[in-house]
Design a protein around this ligand. Sequence first.
Ligand SMILES: [Zn+2]
Length: 446
Amino acid sequence: MNDFLIYSKCCWIDGQITEATLHISKGKIAAIYPEKYYDDTIEFLDYNNSIIMPGIIDAHVHINEPGRTHWEGFDSATKAAALGGVTTLIEMPLNADPVTTNIKAFEIKKHATKNKLHVNCGFYGGAVPGNENDIEPLIKAGVFGIKGFLTHSGIDEFPNVTKGDLEKIAPILAKFNVPLLLHCEFGEEKNIPQVQPKSYRAYLASRPTEWELNALRITQDIQEKYNIKTHIVHLSAAKGLQSINYHKKHTEKLTVETCPHYLYFTAEDIPDASPIYKCAPPIREKENNDALWEGLLNDEFDFLASDHSPAPPEIKKLDEGNLFEAWGGIAGLQFTLPVVWTAGQKRGLTLEKLIPLLTANPAKFLGLDHKKGQLKKGFDADITVWDDTKEFKVTESIIAHKHKVTPYMNHTLKGKIIHTFVNGIQVVKNEELNTLNAGELLLKTK
Ligand SMILES: [Zn+2]
């Protein structure tokens, strides 16, 4: 199936929902017709009222391979991605062993993807103390950005950087115009764990809003001083938007993402002894959740990303319920679209607002906007087809990532992915995996 037509009354083209037929040929969108268009010689797929949109681009995913493949892996993660309508993802440098902080480790990781990419996959390199000489080779080898932590990362081989470390690599990032991505938490360790290790309140208090605000100051200083592209990953504290908005008035190089779990859950609803909800920064109170939504609807976020970060149930401490010892990370890359769409129903979220946050905006951030993120003639045929009215329940049997451990379990979500095309190949057909190994390894070329 190299050449085919797909049709719907609801295609996302040029910033609006419109009737169209797309001619897919040799992995690209060869033509777009503004009505039902038939050609007897080409297969015609009638998707009726389903939404046809560009494939989701998830710019923040942890896959843990090689070295921690018992946590996740390219095969399982990219199957889950495809079933969730994600056609491109960018993988983080810290959870593989070796960590991706030099060119040798990057080569090992690329090798580990062989015959396991069911969607397109690119990578970030990592900044750790002392690896400033490795940054330029990583950039030249094609990473999409350099990621660092301002607090302990959870992985001992990936220590956090100081402002001084960032000052050393900033000129290199400026030279190549490659983004610095920062985990923004910074503050003194709070000594609450011994008291109530199973209390979500205690965990929340141990990583306060103040930590995010402190880190934002460091981040914005570096951005301003070196005029480099700087990206704030997974903002949880909505209060941070105030200073981000202020800095954005002076630069287009500062960007920020948030994640589905911060938009869907609130601290008040999280029971104690449930590390399945543990992530860092933490999911905060309802008041904060309201403010995140206000920011999202007011276009204050550049894009959404899953921050899919799974771990085996033992490491998540699901039996013991100790929030301080559990791995912090939420598994959910398969459910980004339905989670945000479901939570957005009571907030007035529109398709016009949602779709760019998952497609064109991350494409722009990654420098892929010349070929991905839109349904446009000549662009890659990465396409997601979904039903915005269909509800489904999250159960173990539908989860394709390695461990069937997610806080969305048993939740009923609205918005079902029906078909996914990657590079013109139908990877998901009628909600099930169809053709594998359609993904490409993506390297940043300029
Ligand atoms: Zn992350």
